[in-house]
Design a protein around this ligand. Structure first.
Ligand code: UDP
Length: 342
C-alpha cells in the first residue's frame, strides 16, 4: 500500500511513519516543513520525503494523491493558544488548505483518513462523547477559540457528505489529548503556546511557575501516542472495509485527570527524576485567570471524555498505557531531548 502523509513530521505523522516502516511493507510519501522529528525514517528506502509547504507545493501534492492509495492530511494548527492568537491562520491552514486536498481525493477517487478532533464536541455535556450521537457545542463568535472546532466540524461534514453520496471513501478519527515523545518543542513552550503536558514539563525544566488556568479543575483524558497509533494502524488496514464512512474516537477514558492533578503528578515525577532530584528549587504551582493566560477570545472546555465503544467494536482495540506511565515516558523523553538546553 502507498500512503501519502501531509504533515509527516508532526506529532502524529512521525510516530505513524515510524510504526508503518517498522511493522509493514507499505511505502510512505511524506511532506513537511522539516524532518527533525523523523529520526531513522529518513534513511528508509520505503520513505520518500519532500521538504515543502502545503500552501506552495501543490503540484507535488496532486501528483502524489494520484500515485497513492490512501491520503492522510495531517497538516493543522492544533494548539489552543494559537486559535485565539491567529484564528485566520487556523482557518486558512486547517480549513482551506485541507479542503483543497479533500477535493483532490474526490477527483482521483482516493481513500482519505482524516484527523477530526475531540475539540469538535466542544462544551458538550454528555458524560462520554459518542461519535454518532453527541451534540457538537461551541460558544459565541467573540470566543475565537472555537474557530478550530468549527473548521474541523465543517470539514467532517463536507467529507461525510461526499462519502455518503458515493464520491469519497473516508474514515474520520478523533484523537483525545494524545501525548508522548516529541509532542511539542521546548521552543514552543518557551513562548507559552504548547499543549498542557509539554507546557508543564517545560516550565519545570525552566524553573518557571506552572499556571493552572482558572484553578485547573478542567479534566482531560490523556492518551499515550503508541496506543493512538495502534488504533490508527487498524484504521489504515481497514480489514473488510470495517472503517468505511465511520467516525472513530481514539482516546483513553481511564486516563481522566484534572489539570491540577496533572500538574502535581508531573511535578512529583520531575522531582524524582535522576537528573533533577537534587535541584535546589522547583516550580511553584500557581493559579491564573483564563483571560490573563490566553486573552479575551478563550473559553475553556471543562471535561472531555470519549466513548471508545466504537473503536473497541470496529477495530478490536483498547488503550493499554495508564496515565502515570504515559506521563513518565513523555517527561523522560522531553528531558532527555532537552538536556543542557536550559
Ligand atoms: N492549561 C493550563 N495551563 C497551561 C496550559 C493549559 O491550565 O499552562 C489548561 C487549559 O486551560 C485547558 C487544559 O489545560 O483546560 C488543556 O489544554 P491544552 O492546551 O493541552 O489543550 P485542550 O485539551 O484544551 O485542547
Amino acid at each position: 500500500m502507498k500512503i501519502l502523509i501531509l504533515g509527516v513530521n508532526g506529532f502524529i505523522g512521525h510516530h505513524l511513519t515510524n510504526r508503518i516502516l517498522s511493522q509493514t511493507d507499505w511505502i510512505v510519501y511524506g511532506m513537511d516543513l522539516a524532518d527533525d522529528r523523523l529520526g531513522e525514517a529518513v534513511n528508509n528506502p520505503r520513505f520518500h520525503f519532500l521538504e515543502g509547504d502545503i500552501a506552495i507545493n501543490k503540484e507535488w501534492i496532486e501528483y502524489h494523491i494520484k500515485k497513492c492509495d490512501v491520503v492522510l492530511p495531517l497538516v493543522a494548527i492544533a494548539t489552543p493558544k494559537l486559535y485565539v492568537e491567529d484564528p485566520i491562520g487556523v482557518y486558512n491552514l486547517d480549513f482551506e488548505m485541507n479542503l483543497a486536498v479533500i477535493k483532490q481525493c474526490v477527483k482521483y477517487h482516493k481513500r482519505v483518513v482524516f484527523p477530526s478532533t475531540s475539540e469538535v464536541y466542544g462544551a458538550c455535556t454528555d458524560k462520554e462523547f459518542k461519535e454518532d450521537e453527541s451534540f457538537l457545542v461551541v460558544g459565541p463568535i467573540q470566543k475565537e477559540r472555537w474557530i478550530y472546532s468549527c473548521c474541523k466540524q465543517l470539514l467532517d461534514r463536507v467529507i461525510y457528505a461526499y462519502g455518503t453520496r458515493g464520491h469519497l471513501e473516508f474514515t474520520l478519527f478523533r484523537p483525545f489529548n494524545w501525548i508522548g515523545p516529541r509532542l511539542d518543542s521546548l521552543y514552543v513552550a518557551k513562548e507559552g503556546s504548547s499543549r498542557v503536558v509539554t507546557q508543564f514539563i517545560a516550565e519545570l525544566l525552566m524553573k518557571r511557575p506552572i499556571a493552572l488556568v482558572d484553578g485547573g479543575h478542567q479534566k482531560r483524558c490523556f492518551t499515550y501516542v503508541d496506543d493512538g497509533i495502534s488504533a490508527l494502524m487498524k484504521i489504515l488496514e481497514n480489514k473488510n472495509d470495517i472503517c468505511k464512512s465511520e467516525i472513530i474516537n481514539i482516546g483513553n477514558p481511564d486516563n481522566e485527570c484534572s489539570v491540577k492533578e496533572l500538574a502535581n503528578i508531573l511535578k512529583n515525577l520531575f522531582m524524582a527524576h535522576r537528573n533533577h532530584r537534587n535541584d535546589k528549587a522547583y516550580s511553584d504551582i500557581v493559579e491564573a485567570s483564563a483571560e490573563s493566560y490566553y486573552g479575551k477570545g478563550y473559553q475553556d472546555i471543562y471535561f472531555r471524555k470519549p466513548s471508545i465503544e466504537k473503536a473497541r467494536k470496529l477495530l478490536d482495540w483498547k488503550p493499554e498505557i495508564g496515565l502515570e506511565d504515559a506521563l513518565r515516558m513523555t517527561l523522560d523523553s522531553f528531558l532527555e531531548e532537552n538536556r543542557g538546553a536550559v
